[in-house]
Design a protein around this ligand. Sequence first.
Ligand code: MTE
Ligand code: MO
Length: 372
Amino acid sequence: DPYAGDPPRHPALKVNSARPFNAEPPAELLSETFLTPNQLFFKRNHLPVPTVDPATYQLQVQGPDGRPLSLSLAELRSRFPRHEVTATLQCAGNRRSEMNAVRQVKGLEWGTAAIGTARWAGARLRDVLAHAGYAPDDGHNHVCFEGLDRDLSGTTYGASIPFRKAMNAEEDVLLAYEMNGEALPRDHGFPVRVVVPGVVGARNVKWLGRISVGPDESQSHWQQNDYKGFSPSVDWDTVDFTTAPAIQEMPVQSAITEPVPGATVPPGDLTVKGYAWSGGGRGIVRVDVSLDGGQTWHVATLAGEEQVPGRVWAWKLWQVTAPIPPGVTHLNILCKAVDASYNVQPDTVAPIWNLRGVLSNAWHRVTVTVER
Ligand code: MTE
Ligand code: MO
């Protein structure tokens, strides 16, 4: 069993797949704390969790002259300034189940909790690349990452990001060795993972083994033939993955975490809670909540860490308390967020449906019953 060495997990997690392990917390727990506890943070593994000995771990970095640089965990910690960043990580497939409800897609049945926020600490990727001999104006196109997790044929997980992004200090790209003040947990990439704030989860390579720089994107399956968006009319017979760019920055997103779908709520005032986030450092500027299917709206109160405009990597938790209209038996609760570029979420799923079920960010809808 290649999964026999996987770590133990928190029993509250809702498991979407046991091998490889994929799980999310109950969504209502997400709005309890601004930083998501490591044990409850969603886990998205494509392969068995590798067992890495921190004493012998070596990160390989391919230098500009082709010669590899090798760094131990101790060297990564001591030779480069420690940098901390609070960033939200979201899987491209978050809220896929809502897309699946419109029409069958291929992928794990994620609810609304394949997203979480952590305080990450590590070395800046640009400092490590500079140490290896790269300069920001070198004109390279991509930085490729390879994980130490591999399938039975030896194929490792891989992804890439633009070189320009990697070398820009303001993008805060990390080689993280800590998550919320602890050593990176095994499920989250122990001992070192890439954290690319504002960018889809798939590029945040865990169990980082090798970094290379070059003219092309990662040739991995996950960069080339997955994690791309298509028109709703494209199906598995007609799809051509070379025609769409790999997802990097994510679109504006929000979801209701409380009340939970199908709940019974007392009459009077109702408090609605949730999260909102956008990719590319575009902060959330407003969340609108409706209790009546979108006829009237309430503006939610946003809470979270203050971050520099353009570098707002973390989500906002939001809440609003509003009166339930008297005599109403059911509420159609909606939320929609607006980001710093005034991007808004689409109102329904069907026009953004795609065969892989990624980028599912329509208005979130929760129906509850009002106690009589
Ligand atoms: N890195 C490796 N090496 N292997 C993986 O399977 N999954 C990716 C990314 N990095 C993955 C990986 C995907 S699709 C996501 S959404 C995030 O890790 C999930 O990170 P998490 O498990 O820490 O929440
Ligand atoms: Mo993902």
